[in-house]
Design a protein. Structure first.
Length: 188
């Protein structure tokens, strides 16, 4: 059985995304997306974004809808990646590419720096710290990139020391936090 979620702002506002019924697929709730994109409003125009562990792609599509220049989606599950491609095609959603790949393996490949990264892996997989370290070490982040991290309510993942918490909130069983990368690592 499929579900649907709604894009809540921008040029694609009220568009519906088809959501395949897959184990562990947990779209970011509307209320959390609304808060996040209010935080990001001043920096979205033209930004290049990476939606890592994209799932439905709701975060990246919301970013495109609100003015991001381009979004690269990475999703391991082939069915979720195909549903994402289908939604992007149906919506004619700007400059978007989908890679059907494991996030950790993807981050080992050739990099390009992104100004905004969505890091929302499956909660049961405990991938936050490993993926964050690969983002930082392998050249995936612009000097002052923004990184959105979604995790279980009571979990604050271990992240690189040069990621400064900008804002955070909690909704239901979810902690959502926006970090700003400092180009230089702080002295120990």
């Amino acid at each position: 059985m499929k579900g649907r979620i709604r894009i809540i702002g921008g040029s694609l506002r009220n568009s519906r995304l088809e959501v395949p019924d897959l184990p562990g697929l947990r779209p970011t709730p509307e209320r959390v997306r609304e808060t996040l994109f209010n935080w990001l409003a001043p920096v979205l125009a033209g930004v290049s974004a990476l939606d890592l562990c994209a799932g439905t792609g709701a975060l990246g599509i919301e970013a495109l809808s609100r003015g991001a220049g381009a979004v690269r989606f990475v999703e391991r599950d082939a069915r979720a990646a195909q549903a994402l491609r289908d939604n992007l095609a149906r919506l004619k959603a700007g400059d978007a590419t989908v890679s059907a790949a494991d996030a950790a393996a993807f981050l080992e490949g050739a990099s390009a720096p992104f100004g905004l990264v969505f890091l929302d892996p499956p909660f049961a997989a405990d991938l936050w710290s490993g993926l964050a370290q690969k983002l930082e070490a392998n050249g995936w982040l612009a000097a002052q990139a923004w990184i959105y991290v979604e995790s279980p309510r009571d979990l604050v993942p271990e992240l690189p020391s040069n990621w400064a918490l900008h804002r955070e909130g909690r909704a239901g069983e979810v902690r959502h936090a926006l970090y700003r990368r400092c180009a230089e690592l702080p002295l120990s």
